[in-house]
Design a protein around this ligand. Structure first.
Ligand code: BTN
Length: 244
């Protein structure tokens, strides 16, 4: 699928902006809304995404999918895998923290927020991605979980437009494959990049914390947690953390 960019300076949130303007976007393309700065960046689970000016990629990928699309909940996982692929091409060794965080050296470098709107005949998808490129150390330290940036990892300057362009290319290719075959072709390569697999983790499902061993991810993207009573609990969504 082809894509086009909309570059903006300072806005509250690219996801919010895309949801306010998508009716003017081309329906057969991916529209990538990017901002230099977000004053109210939105994260998952009611968190915020700190988005200082020029220091990161703050982008929302908008596109439409048919109403009956299978494996819809794995779109964020596929975007996460697409970014991991780009980082591997750049000689990094990224890990994926289920469902869709990208880690470098155990620290978060990117997160994804997936929002959907259902209409009569199609689904509007808003996949927001935040990537720390040169986020100041002081700001990284203030984030509520270990975080890093491309600059922190390499001490070199990165061209964020070049990273975004590689991601758009990778995403467009992967979206075409997803439209034909769903999550199946991504399942094994995604699982190979998982952080914490086989380790004791806690999974918060929005209401309750469950602690157990991270067993696997299903071909629909769900996480299997082996509980102490030897039963398997499956999560389609949630937030995981490593038990020390
Ligand atoms: C997470 O909590 O890990 C998800 C973070 C998603 C942040 C991105 S930045 C671009 C887009 N616009 C937003 O307001 N949020 C997403």
């Amino acid at each position: 699928m082809h894509w086009e960019y909309i570059f903006l300076d300072s806005i509250p949130s690219t996801n919010l902006w895309a949801k306010q303007h998508y009716q003017t976007f081309a329906s057969q393309k991916i529209t990538i809304v990017c901002a230099e700065e977000q004053t109210k960046g939105i994260g998952r689970c009611q968190r915020c995404w700190i988005s200082p000016k020029g220091a990161g990629i703050y982008a929302t990928f908008y596109f439409q999918l048919p109403k009956k699309t299978a494996h819809l909940s794995t779109l964020g996982l596929v975007l996460c895998y697409s970014l991991a692929t780009v980082l591997i091409q750049e000689q990094f060794s990224p890990k994926i923290k289920w469902p869709n965080d990208v880690l470098l050296q155990g620290k978060k470098i990117a997160g994804i927020l997936c929002e959907t709107l259902f209409t009569e005949d199609h689904i509007d998808i808003f996949l927001g991605i935040g990537i720390n490129i040169s986020t100041p150390k002081k700001i990284l330290k203030a984030i509520d979980q270990p975080a890093t940036s491309l600059y922190e990892e390499t001490h070199k300057t990165w061209d964020k437009n070049q990273i975004l362009q590689s991601l758009a290319q990778e995403w467009s290719r992967n979206l075409e494959l997803f439209q034909k075959k769903g999550f199946y072709p991504f399942h094994a390569p995604y699982e190979n990049l998982l952080a914490y697999k086989g380790k004791t983790i806690t999974c918060y499902d929005g209401q309750t914390n469950y602690t157990g061993i991270f067993h696997s991810v299903n071909s629909d993207g769900a996480l299997n947690l082996l509980l102490p009573d030897h039963t398997m609990k499956t999560f389609l969504a949630g937030d995981i953390s490593l038990e020390k």
